[in-house]
Design a protein around this ligand. Structure first.
Ligand code: ADP
Ligand code: ASP
Ligand code: MG
Length: 446
């Protein structure tokens, strides 16, 4: 199973590169999972929001641009109309326009409708990628992932239902794989048991790739993207970052969860369950070795392997309402966050005080009131969490001294260490975050 991200299918040239990469698997009945062409999901969601706000002209302008981009790729791929996906593509684009008009008429945009909009990106790109294979002489089929990626109905962030996916992949996808040289399927989109289109969260095509790979019992899950694997830090913030050749499943999951966008955190779950190795590779430099994500327990060097940065955090300082109290039951605080589906990113507790960090976007006055009923509360907005990710971090003497001293004059609001062998977290103000990342990177890797 090979998954290609948005930049890897951004235009006809990129799609031809994809065909070149899959050529190495010709004869092995490869399945290709594709994202939408780069930028299209954002445009679709902005179209949806224009519709919800009653701005039909703005929405139709977006639809025209989306149409234009896909038609350009279609023409550049160069298949004659009777052999190309032109008819299917035009039908889909017309459907998108009708949806836009319909939502403007209704004057209401629900999460279910957002998913209907977002689904067009992968539905369009997969048709074009099928053409790219056909233009190169392959017998290619395009599958509809909504026939087998069955999810709950938590629109916008739906959870895949693995037993159902196993059964449907056997029923709908496996026969296509048997009868064609390559099958292209859409990432990101799914369908409820009732047949309503869903999406599984931004960046979710990685997860689809892993689900399909797991259901087909693939020998390997290949995630092809625009960097040569997992790097020591996000290269946009740290251009000196270098590739980490091997990480374990747990490390990769922590890395993704604490901000490394290169892989979606849920991707690892289906791979772990079936012990399928995952490799991350660069579609622009396909001969680079990339990163192998290996089952836990595999031998990887001890130490810090990479650094992540997660912005948009809020740290909540809790103390007792009675200043004479010497202990703080902070269970009630966790219950308050859980009751509002707000995941605790990390917590540091000492005697009668705790500092709990959550994503700012999920926090609200209702949660604040719930906390204030039990604690004296102080909020620290605009925080970031720097994650030092690696292996064997728990019992290594001196492991934390290099990054801490690298921060120099940058104030550290909290440190969470020792709770995991794979991660040490540092809390800093958001305006110091990039600098903190760069300085720790310099001290550890440069
Ligand atoms: P795709 O569209 O292929 O899924 P993404 O944009 O989702 O690609 O992920 C790749 C991007 O992840 C890279 O371009 C890079 O900027 C970012 N990234 C963040 N952290 C890391 C990291 N530690 N290693 C590699 N890439 C990272
Ligand atoms: N196209 C979707 C997004 O932009 C899914 C993905 O690319 O993984 O979020
Ligand atoms: Mg991605």
């Amino acid at each position: 199973m090979l998954k290609f991200g948005g930049t890897s299918v951004k235009d006809a040239e990129a799609m031809r590169r994809v065909v070149g990469i899959v050529q190495r698997e010709r004869g092995n009945r490869p399945v290709v999972v594709t994202s939408a062409c780069a930028g299209i999901t954002d445009m679709l969601l902005s179209t949806a929001r224009s519709c919800g706000a009653g701005d039909l002209n703005g929405a139709l302008q977006n639809v025209r641009e989306i149409r234009q981009r896909h038609l350009e790729i279609l023409h550049a791929l160069g298949l004659p109309p009777e052999r190309s996906c032109q008819e299917g593509l035009t039908t889909l684009l017309d459907e998108l326009e009708q949806l836009a008009r319909g939502v403007v008429l209704l004057g209401e945009l629900t999460p279910r409708m957002l998913d209907a909009f977002a689904s067009f990106g992968e539905r369009l790109s997969s048709l074009l990628l099928g053409d790219a294979f056909r233009a190169a002489g392959w017998d290619a089929a395009v599958a509809d992932s909504r026939q087998f990626i069955i999810t709950d109905s938590n629109f916008v962030n739906a959870s895949p239902l693995m037993p159902e996916i196993d059964a449907r992949v056997a029923e709908h996808l496996a026969p296509l794989v048997q009868h064609h040289e390559v099958v292209v399927a859409q990432g990101f989109i799914g369908c409820t048991l009732q047949g309503i289109t869903t999406t599984i969260g931004r960046g979710g095509s990685d997860h689809t790739g892993a689900l399909v790979g797991a259901a087909l019992r693939a020998t390997e899950i290949q995630i092809w993207t625009d960097v040569s694997g997992i790097l020591t830090a996000d290269p946009r913030a740290v251009p000196q970052a270098v590739v980490v050749p091997h990480v374990t499943f747990t490390e990769a999951r922590e890395l993704a969860w604490f901000g490394a966008k290169v892989i979606h955190p849920d991707t690892i779950v289906p791979a772990v369950e079936r012990a399928i190795p995952v490799v991350i590779k660069n579609s622009i430099r396909p001969n680079d070795a990339g990163t192998c994500i290996l089952p836990d327990g595999s031998s990887v060097p001890c130490g810090i392997h990479s650094i992540t940065m997660k912005r948009g955090m809020l740290s909540v300082m809790l103390g007792p309402r009675d200043p004479r109290a010497t202990s703080l039951g902070f269970q009630k605080a966790l219950e308050t966050f859980a009751a509002h589906n707000l995941t605790v990113q990390c917590a540091a507790v000492a005697e009668a005080r705790a500092i709990i960090t959550v994503e700012s976007a999920g926090f609200s006055d209702v949660i604040l009131a719930g906390l204030e009923a039990n604690y004296a509360v102080e909020l620290m907005p605009e925080m970031a969490v720097i994650g030092l990710i690696g292996a064997g971090l728990r019992n290594q003497p001196g492991i934390i001294s290099t990054p801490l001293s690298a921060l120099g004059a940058i104030p550290i609001s909290f440190v969470v260490a020792g709770s995991s062998d794979h991660i040490i977290l540092l809390g800093v103000a958001e305006h110091h975050a990039t600098e903190a990342l760069q300085q720790t990177h310099r001290a550890l890797f440069e």
